[in-house]
Design a protein around this ligand. Structure first.
Ligand code: SF4
Ligand code: SF4
Length: 58
């Protein structure tokens, strides 16, 4: 799955709009990925201008 490094994320919303699984949500002004629905397609990793999303094997 993918996680978001909140120290890098500027909450631009780009990944939220482009995630095909609608797995990325804003929670308390922080961008989070739902591990239950994330397909690991890595689109968010590719589109983020801040390199905040990262692949995590947890
Ligand atoms: S890896 Fe794909 S499915 Fe998972 S959060 Fe990123 S864009 Fe969405
Ligand atoms: S595209 Fe990157 S900077 Fe923008 S909300 Fe997503 S993780 Fe944060």
């Amino acid at each position: 799955m993918v996680k978001i490094d909140v120290s890098l994320c500027v909450v631009c919303g780009g990944c939220i709009d482009l995630c095909p699984k609608i797995s990325i949500k804003m929670v308390d002004d922080t961008v989070v990925v739902d591990p239950e629905t994330c397909s690991g397609c890595n689109i968010c990793v590719q589109v983020c201008p801040m390199n905040a999303p990262y692949v995590c094997d947890d």
